[in-house]
Design a protein. Structure first.
Length: 487
């Protein structure tokens, strides 16, 4: 522990209570990584504040001492966004988990950031309302983490991402002041600072209250599962459905390897021998859904479906979803280690990129299972490898990077919903030019001129220098001379 952190301990105990400040090395290791376990760093100190005012005082104390700090929700992030700073304070939001208010008239909820995503919908259900963004991790991930990552989910195709459902945030600025962004109505005047904050991966401040929109529970929900011999046939069905002007609540696809993994894990009983399954969910007023269902079924058949199953009651629908929802974890059954990649391509390029992934997999001998939000063109290739075999980790990482290159070549993105974090900062210069990165850095500096708030994330850093606080400068001479890499 550095001397500046040691000096902070009594003050932090005073703010949060001694039991909510962790200094024991073994206990600190609990927090050494998020869902991306290949990056680990033990924090110098962990605090668990119980209220917004405590978060503000903790941040103010860190800022005064020049100590870096990182917010952590439930630690399910997949890009290392909540990776602690080894000389910094990790501020864990899990004690702040109250649903403060459900207002059924204005259809909104005010919640603390540690509340899990699914708890918001559970609290709203008695009023006939729900919170739409639904990451597959919704049982455990926190709303604060969702805001920081602008999280998506299967139903974001129709309903939109987190940014479309948050109308106000109480934040603690990186200097330790409490402030509000947005007034909770969704109407803004002036610059959209709320929009800038959502998806900023914990680099612009810490969320302490969230105002979210609630939507009426749909009158009916129909889920349809269609099996195909190949992903390209399933892809054709996706294009045809969207081309027909139908926007389903969700369109998800899984390939043969991910079906095999899900079958081993949850016995989802998907059609035997299927090379791909497509899950299409329609929700809304009964008459509209019935009409759309007939069209979707016929388009799925025309695209070559070998079997179609439909379900409209919650238990049967849950059976269809079980395989998809378990897919990431299920892959652990068929491989000792795997990388969850997250890239986006225009929907029309899905076939080309899947073919490229198959050829990269064949030439490298590394298996790739594909699970994806097909309607959004958001791919989640799962790169399977054995980390006990020398060289396989590096080969898997290389393949995973080549998949992102393929997404960029098609005009796509290096992330759809899992964020940049530490994992993908090296890809940022492939997607953005220096002027774009400078502009983003200006935004960051407007909130946090000394880069104490979640430093080392999102932005590429000259390898020899470490992160340089403040505005992005001209390239380091070693970088300009080609002697050091930006990563
Ligand atoms: C099995 C599995 C399935 C997943 N499925 C999806 C999916 O379908 N869609 C999707 O988008 N993601 C998915 N994820 C990724 C992950 O669950 C989301 O990114 C989620 O929003 C992270 O929330 P968290 O509470 O775990 O945040 P953490 O991992 O703790 O933190 C994530 C980031 O948020 C910041 N942060 C956390 N709390 C705050 C706060 N209060 N204020 C400011 N910054 C904060 C952290 O600093 C970090 O940068 C999945 C993950 C897993 C493991």
């Amino acid at each position: 522990m550095t001397t500046s952190i040691e000096a902070l301990v009594p003050r932090l105990r005073e703010i949060c209570g001694a039991g909510n400040v962790i200094t024991d090395r073994l206990e600190l290791r609990t927090y050494e990584c998020d869902g991306l376990t290949s990056h680990r760093s033990v924090p110098a100190l962990v605090v668990l504040p119980g209220a917004a005012a405590e978060v503000a005082s903790v941040v103010a104390a860190c800022a005064a001492a020049g100590v870096p700090f990182v917010a952590r929700g439930s630690g399910t992030g997949l890009s290392g966004g909540a990776l602690p700073h080894k000389d910094g304070v990790l501020i864990v939001m899990s004690r702040m988990r109250s649903v403060i208010e459900i207002d059924p008239v204005s259809r909104r909820a005010i919640v603390e950031p540690g509340v899990t995503n699914l708890s918001v919908s559970k609290a709203a259900a008695p009023f006939g309302l729900f919170y739409a963004p639904d990451p597959s991790s919704q049982v455990i991930c926190s709303i604060g983490g969702n805001v920081a990552e602008n999280s998506g989910g299967a139903h974001c195709l129709k309903h939109g991402f987190t940014v479309n459902h948050v109308t106000g945030l109480q934040i603690v600025t990186p200097s330790g002041e409490l402030a509000w962004l947005g007034d909770g109505t969704g109407v803004t005047a002036g610059y959209d600072l709320l929009g800038a904050f959502i998806g900023s991966e914990g680099t612009l401040g810490i969320v302490t209250k969230v105002v979210v929109k609630l939507m009426p529970l749909p009158e009916v929900v129909h889920t349809l599962l269609a099996a195909y011999a190949t992903t390209s046939e399933g892809g054709r069905a996706v294009s045809d459905i969207i081309g027909a002007g139908i926007v389903p609540a969700a369109i998800e696809m899984m390939d043969a390897l991910s079906i095999e993994a899900a079958e081993a894990a949850v016995q989802c009983n998907y059609p035997e021998g299927a090379g791909a399954v497509l899950i299409v969910e329609l929700d809304g007023p009964a008459s509209e859904v019935e009409a759309e269902l007939a069209t979707v079924r016929s388009l799925c058949e025309k695209a070559g479906a070998t079997e179609i199953r439909a379900a409209d009651d919650p238990a049967q629908r849950a059976v269809i979803w079980a395989g998809r929802k378990s897919a990431f974890a299920a892959v652990g059954r068929i491989s000792p280690a795997f990388i969850v990649q997250d890239g986006v391509v225009p929907r029309t390029s899905l076939g080309a990129v899947l073919a490229r992934i198959a050829s990269l997999s064949a030439s490298s001998g590394i298996r790739v299972a594909n699970v994806f939000h097909a309607g959004d063109g958001n791919l989640h290739p799962l790169v399977l490898y054995d980390d006990s075999v020398p060289g396989e980790t590096e080969a898997a990482e290389e393949l995973s990077g080549a998949i992102l290159d393929a997404c960029l070549e098609q005009g796509g993105s290096i992330t759809g919903e899992h964020g940049v974090g530490v994992d993908k900062s090296r890809y940022m210069p492939k997607m953005f030019g220096p002027a774009d990165l400078d502009t983003m850095q200006l935004v960051r500096c407007a909130f946090d001129p000394v880069s104490l708030c979640n430093p080392g994330k999102v932005f590429p850093t000259p390898r020899l220098c470490g992160e340089v606080p403040g505005h992005r400068r001209a390239p380091h001479p070693a970088v300009a001379a080609g002697q050091a890499e930006i990563f």
